[in-house]
Ligand binder design. Structure first.
Ligand code: GLC
Ligand code: GLC
Length: 826
């Protein structure tokens, strides 16, 4: 069953009933102020860091789910019969005559009505400002006058979201607010907890109208034993004008309005983050300096101003998404529209979100645990770099600064301080290679070799700074210098698979599987890291050659060849690639094993790197993947699932069979198989693996899948699980970047390379063609691919602007013009 539909022209997903199988959310904000916003107005917002600077409170793991958000309560009528309801359905689960939520690019719109009173809310974070804007319109669609009480509601978080949920002995005493609700003009509630001491920032919750009252103390507004679904103030039709002092500060405006038949009124609410310079913190003793808040509220104090900001946001996204589009009219198979809307819109949108959030704040990541991941952020770049290359550039420099002089790296860093995270530390031996992967993608996209000369600290220490090129060299050398008995890379605490913890023998419940690595065996090796090395290594060699480092290029090629030899000798199991060797030198991912005989990652990546392509083992490996790991909903990570906990394997065997790394469909690595299949020219199979995990293809299966049909999820339960096909952990996953790479660069085959744009499609034979627009290094490429021959791979001829073109790399034009590329497959 479906709970909505794609409105492709508007670039919106339209949810048509509020009781979706899980909250279906959107992200507001593009750069540093962000809001998570569900289809029933749940969620929270923060500035830059979801742990340290959280504006509003949110309860994960609550019953009911998704409690807390920016709520508006309506009380229709001015007597005891008045009808109280919440137009976003939650928190009252009000019966609505009409409901619709449109999640668009950086904004969401909820419209509903009940008894002739229509409500609409548009919520977004304007470009450049640190706030959420909520434009609320009430419309009397009945033919009699209506008297309506409207109450806004947000609950403030005391900034540090972790402390906010744990340190109650302090927190119940520190909450403070200020109020500014004059008879004319805007009204504002200020959340100023801790401003009196070390903070120089506060939150403002304002509306561009005078109010009839307010509340800032949760208990006064709700009643101590009431939930969000039955606030006393609303049911009584009277705000309490409460001033929070300790306990739980909230912000609620109370507005009484009369709407004649047919009349509508619009209000602009703003929830913002404001900062003052240290020496201008206060207007008077213990009175915050309100200037930045007043400026912000003034900026959005009319409907026109809010609409203008929304229009600007729309232009911003239209422009960004114009950088890669798939022309829906060029498609030859009915279902391909699903691919086009994902590749052209939603997949790229999700890539922006993963670039911004890494794995910090979603409905599955609480925003307090994890910073920016070294490995994750480098991979997120792959799907983002074509959108805003300048931001990718500065991200690369931030990430590289957390690398250690020996090439290893902090596994995570905090977005606020950009410092490596000591709690997690280092020792994930795949990390260094992802830096090469990210930088190569950046250079191929932009041609900016200058980035290699940027001086970047090691370990955030300026005295240890060297060029970015040297960082890449240290990355490369780290793998070369850290090999085990078979000449394969040592795995350390884990490689890409965080749960393959071969040097952590954990018996103590609650211990972290990754950070309590209790010995370094010097034995456990990863075939996956070897394959990643063989995949990114050639880009490193090429970068060396193109920057006149011929000796280094030759050294790199020598080391890559050696690594491939090691994989050939010790990484092949007969019908597929092995996964690893454990601390005792025993095979993992081998037919000799009882469980975990075959893994997806090493097979996908080895073939991506071209290992075994010439001698046919690549075909054998991918056929084995299909035979043993494939399911209706995607390819599972391993088989058979581990039935028991294995001390020597770690977290992978801790999950019940079918979930997460223990044989779940861990979507992130499915596109590796897709790309590998294109390497073998098997377009039909490549597309099949793409479509299986693509959410738009499972839209009418939403009751089982449960997650948003417009974004990828990290995991779909595998065939060993009870609810095979159920997705979890939507939004923040490397799946976004890798699927975008797989569809845009390898299936449709429009791939940035060092010298230009390569046209190398690998598609199903019944796909008769397609057209793509790609913005690339200062020009626009309109690419049409024609496949009347019905092949899966191979370009027979190409014309550029009508002239025959040799080979399939289209040059860099950089002339601000549009160029027409016409490719015929055959
Ligand atoms: C999570 C992590 C990622 C890791 C993957 C597999 O998605 O964010 O870094 O590679 O799990 O364990
Ligand atoms: C758990 C998850 C894995 C994730 C890791 C991050 O191990 O299973 O997916 O990468 O946590 O800490």
């Amino acid at each position: 069953m479906q709970y909505g539909y794609f409105d492709d022209d508007a670039r919106e997903y339209v949810i048509t009933r509020p009781d979706t199988p899980y909250p279906w959310i959107n992200y507001l904000g593009c750069e540093d102020f962000f809001g998570l916003f569900s289809n029933t107005s749940g969620g929270y917002c923060f500035y830059r860091d979801a742990r340290m600077l959280r504006l509003t409170r949110y309860r994960y793991n609550n019953a009911p789910i998704d409690a807390g958000g920016r709520y508006f309560y309506l009380r229709d009528g001015n007597d005891s019969e008045a009808d109280v309801w919440t137009p976003s359905w939650m928190p009252m689960k009000s019966k609505l005559d009409r409901y619709e939520c449109r999640h668009g690019m950086g904004y969401s719109r909820i419209s509903s009505s009940r008894n002739g009173l229509a409500f609409s809310q548009v919520s977004f974070v304007p470009l450049r400002d640190k706030c959420e804007v909520h434009r609320i319109t009430l419309n009397n669609e009945s033919n009699t006058d209506k008297y309506v009480d409207m109450f806004s509601f947000v609950e403030f978080c005391l900034w540090n979201a972790n402390d906010d949920m744990t340190n109650f002995q302090r927190n119940f005493s520190i909450g403070e607010v200020e109020i500014e609700c004059p008879p004319e003009g805007s009204s504002a509630i200020y959340h100023i907890t801790e401003y009196r001491e070390r903070r120089n920032h506060y939150a403002v919750w304002g509306v561009n109208a005078p109010v009839n009252g307010f509340d800032t103390d949760r208990q006064s507004f709700l009643g101590l034993y009431n939930g969000f679904d039955s606030p006393d103030a609303v049911f009584q039709g009277q705000a309490k004008d409460s001033i929070a002092s300790g306990w739980a500060p909230i912000g609620s405006h109370y507005i009484k309005l009369k709407l004649s038949a047919g009349e509508s009124k619009t209000y602009v609410f703003v929830l913002g983050y404001c900062e003052n310079p240290e020496d201008q913190k206060c207007e008077a003793q213990n009175k915050i300096n309100k200037k930045p808040a007043r400026d912000l509220l003034e900026k959005y104090n009319t409907t026109e101003a809010a609409d203008k900001a929304l229009a600007e946001l729309n232009d911003y996204w239209k422009n960004l998404l114009g950088r890669f589009t798939v022309d829906p009219f060029s498609l030859t198979r009915a279902d391909d529209i699903k691919m086009a809307r994902m590749a052209g819109v939603w997949n790229q949108y999700q890539c922006m979100v993963t670039f911004n959030m890494s794995r910090s704040a979603s409905y599955f990541e609480s925003g307090i645990g994890r910073g920016m991941g070294f490995r994750d952020s480098n991979q997120d770049l792959l799907g983002f770099v074509h959108l805003v290359p300048e931001r990718a550039r500065s991200r690369i420099l931030d990430i590289a600064a957390t690398q250690f002089p020996d090439g290893s790296a902090y596994h995570q860093y905090q977005p606020l301080t950009k410092r490596g995270n000591n709690e997690i530390g280092s020792g994930f031996n795949d990390d260094p290679l992802w830096l090469i992967c990210g930088v190569a993608a950046y250079i191929k996209e932009t041609g900016d070799y200058g980035i290699l000369n940027e001086r970047v600290p090691f370990d955030n220490n300026d005295e240890l700074a060297d060029t970015l090129f040297i960082h890449l060299k240290r990355s490369f050398d780290f793998t070369v210098n850290n090999k085990g008995p078979h000449g394969l890379p040592l795995i350390g605490r884990a490689d890409w698979n965080d749960c393959l913890n071969l040097n952590c023998f954990s018996k103590t419940p609650g211990e972290s599987f990754q950070t309590t690595a209790n010995f370094e065996s010097g034995v456990a090796e990863s075939v996956l890291i070897a394959a990643i090395f063989a995949f990114v290594g050639p880009d490193y060699a090429e970068i060396c050659r193109r920057t006149n480092r011929e000796d280094e290029a030759e050294y790199a090629e020598y080391e890559i060849a050696k690594m491939i030899d090691a994989v050939n000798q010790h990484g092949w199991d007969g019908n597929w690639f092995l996964r690893a060797y454990d601390a005792y030198g025993k095979k993992i991912g081998s037919s000799e094993c009882e469980d975990g005989k075959i893994f997806i990652e090493s097979n996908g990546f080895a073939v991506m790197a071209g290992i075994g392509v010439q001698d046919g083992r690549a075909v054998t490996a991918l056929d084995s993947v299909k035979e043993h790991l494939d399911t209706k909903y995607g390819i599972v990570l391993l088989q058979p699932a581990y039935k028991d906990y294995h001390l020597e394997l770690g977290e992978v065997s801790s999950y019940p069979p079918g979930y997460k790394e223990n044989a779940g469909i861990f979507c992130h690595n499915n596109p590796w198989v897709t790309i590998a299949e294109t390497r073998l020219g098997r377009g039909t199979r490549a597309f099949e693996t793409y479509a299986k995990i693509c959410p738009a293809y499972r839209e009418d299966d939403s009751d089982l899948r449960r997650m948003e049909p417009y974004v990828y999820a990290q995991m779909v339960a595998g065939k060993d699980a009870v609810r095979h096909g159920e997705a979890k952990n939507s939004w923040l996953t490397g799946t976004a970047a890798w699927t975008f790479v797989s569809i845009s660069q390898y299936i449709l085959g429009v791939r940035p390379v060092f010298d230009g744009l390569l046209i190398d499609p690998c598609i199903p034979s019944d796909m008769k063609g397609f057209a793509v627009t790609r913005h690339f290094r200062g020009a626009e490429y309109h690419i049409t691919v024609e496949n009347s021959a019905g092949v899966e791979k191979g370009v027979k001829s190409i014309t550029v602007d009508g002239n025959p073109h040799d080979g399939n790399v289209i040059p860099v034009f950089n002339d601000g013009k549009t160029h027409k590329v016409f490719a015929v497959m055959g």
